[in-house]
Ligand binder design. Structure first.
Ligand code: SAH
Length: 355
């Protein structure tokens, strides 16, 4: 059976053709799913009951099931999904703003692969390698499931491809899903509020530029030179910092979207003032934003979060050099909101139970 969300318009139009259904019914269904956050066919009250029953029997909407739903005090909610196609992934709803009851920033952070093949040494998602790419439908499904967690007065405002996996290793499916997200009659999130975070794969970055994508690009740099970066991000060995920066510059020239460089601060490894100085020299004249993420500890890994003093010292060097910098607040710590952690914990529980 085709997964409706994989190729939404075509799958629905084919079904409509085969069943003699007028085109406006497809538009009604689109509205129910994307705007009215419907959870099943039965809810679509302006479709005839018999039609809803036939659709429910022949065209399932959802392919994954929610294995776990956790909520943190700061309003962060996280879903662990079991996919029909095999494996588990995570996706997160982040609520920003001083009073999280106010209308504010509502960000969805979703996964692009089961596991990850990039092998960044500090990250939970890549510890067991990559199992497979998600389909476009499986990525879109994460958006729709997260949207159902919003209260009626809340609206999705931002999307970040910062969950499990390397989005640019699955670029076509990611772009298909983001196409639905940015469509006016899709999720209606404008491209400038959508960020693709990547370890830095130059051919795929150039593809984004060629396609004239207007998404924001965030490059996970994590080190200011090749030697250290290869230690922290092993795929760097084949690519190199300068090739990535060149591709990122090309993307900037095409998209005019300010680049972001992400930098996970790991105590004693990449958090010293001389690292900050080298980083400032590397990205300083690129009009980019440096997004510093104090390491979020992963059970079993030997890395540590730098002290507040070390974080301040790092920040000061960059600020003094005039580099725009933002420290990412840690959200949802208690619910293991850092990538891949919830899945690992669930896997541990399962293996304990089956042992
Ligand atoms: N593969 C993409 C998306 C990964 S997740 C990429 O590399 O950008 C998004 C960001 O979270 C990346 O910068 C990643 O390095 C970072 N990250 C992963 N695990 C982390 C952890 N335990 N603590 C802090 N940041 C982490």
């Amino acid at each position: 059976m085709p997964h409706l969300l994989n190729n939404f318009d075509r799958t629905l139009a084919n079904w409509a053709d085969a069943n003699g259904l007028p085109g406006y019914r497809c538009r009604q269904v689109r509205k129910w799913l994307f705007e009215k956050r419907a959870s099943d066919w039965q809810e679509m009250s302006d479709l005839p009951k018999a039609l809803r029953e036939k659709l429910a029997a022949e065209l399932p909407i959802w392919s994954s099931t929610i294995a776990k739903h956790t909520t943190a005090d700061d309003g962060t909610e996280k879903l662990l999904l079991t996919l029909a196609g095999g494996g588990q992934v995570e996706c997160v709803l982040l609520r920003d703003g001083r009073d999280r009851r106010e209308a504010g920033r509502r960000t969805f952070c979703v996964s692009s692969q089961v596991g990850c093949g990039m092998g960044c040494v500090f990250c939970a998602s890549g510890l067991d390698g990559v199992e497979r790419n998600l389909t476009a439908g499986e990525i879109l499904e994460q958006f729709l499931l997260l949207q159902r967690l919003l209260r009626p007065d809340e609206r999705l405002s931002h999307i970040v491809m910062m969950g499990m996996g390397e989005p640019l290793a699955n670029v076509e499916n990611v772009l298909t899903a983001l196409g639905e997200a940015s469509r006016e009659d899709g999720l209606g999130v404008s491209a400038r509020r959508i960020t693709i975070s990547t370890v830095g794969l130059p051919p795929a970055i150039r593809r984004l530029a060629e396609l004239d994508c207007r998404y924001r690009l965030a490059i996970s740099l994590h080190a200011p030179n090749d030697e250290l970066r290869t230690e922290i991000v092993p795929t760097n060995k084949k690519v190199g910092v300068h090739a990535i920066l060149d591709a990122a510059d090309d993307y900037y020239a095409q998209s005019r979207r300010r680049l972001t460089f992400e930098y996970v601060l790991l105590a004693g490894l990449n958090d010293q003032p001389h690292h900050a100085k080298q980083l400032a020299r590397l990205v300083g004249d690129r009009h980019a934003l440096v997004n510093v993420i104090p390491y979020n500890p992963v059970a079993g890994l030997p890395y540590e979060t730098p002290s507040a003093a070390a974080q301040q010292a790092f920040r000061k060097v960059l600020t003094d050099a005039g580099v725009p910098i933002r420290f990412r607040h840690r959200k949802g710590d208690k619910i293991n909101a850092a990538c891949g952690q919830l899945r690992r914990n669930a896997a541990k529980v399962v293996s304990l139970e089956t042992n």
